[in-house]
Write a new protein. Structure first.
Length: 215
């Protein structure tokens, strides 16, 4: 089943990248996104059932340490009492809590756990989205929305593991999560930064900051 077009840039120039026992993976030759075709997506009910099995909670020190890789570099660049959005926060919005403890206000949005559409109608000094972008069926639309919601000078702080090459992809545990349907590389984020006019920083191996120019 051939993928018809790239969900990030709409290019029809896609090629087969890898196949495992469960799914096919395609790569766009324009933005280099690796993705799963919609025919092999889980249903919404199947997807939520998997998310419901996650055991992250606000008392989990390990989860806090994991998120600190985004929290620490983001917090140091925020002005006091910044306003932000935690998009895809899940049932235990730990990162939002950590930022709120520093005096920032953080709105919550999650398709399944905090489906507050009003949160998507405000503008923000920062947006954080950790381990979310790889789940998005329409990343182009969501990225466009995020950029619109960001104030000038605002930072989009993302966490997702990056594709390196097809050899490592073939044995990569990250692709085995059936809710992961889009996989990004440094080249893909360079495309995103150029397309949306953002400044790109790779903060850590799986932490990416995209900043909207102040002017």
């Amino acid at each position: 089943m051939k993928a018809r077009s790239c969900p990030l840039c709409d290019s029809a120039t896609v090629s087969h990248y890898h196949q495992d026992k469960k799914r096919d993976y395609w790569q766009c030759s324009h933005c280099f996104l690796v993705f799963v075709a919609p025919q092999q997506f889980l249903s919404a009910a199947q997807e939520k059932a998997i998310y419901d099995q996650h055991e992250n909670d606000l008392a989990d020190d390990g989860y806090r340490r994991f998120l600190s890789r985004v929290y620490e570099p983001l917090n140091v660049r925020l002005a006091p009492k910044s306003q932000g959005l935690d998009f895809g926060c899940g049932p235990a919005p730990m990162l939002a809590s950590m930022l709120q403890q520093q005096g920032h206000s953080v709105a919550l949005y999650d398709l399944y756990y905090y489906p507050d559409e009003q949160a998507l109608k405000c503008d923000y000094d920062f947006i954080c989205s950790t381990e979310v972008i790889e789940h998005l069926a329409q990343p182009q639309n969501v990225l466009s929305m995020w950029v619109d919601l960001l104030r000038p000078g605002g930072t989009l702080a993302l966490m997702t593991k990056l594709v390196i090459d097809v050899q490592r992809f073939s044995t990569w545990h990250y692709k085995n999560d059936p809710t992961h349907i889009a996989f990004y590389s440094k080249e893909t984020f360079a495309y995103i930064a150029e397309r949306f006019g953002l400044d790109l920083e790779f903060i850590a191996a799986d932490v990416i900051f995209l900043t909207k120019p102040a002017h």
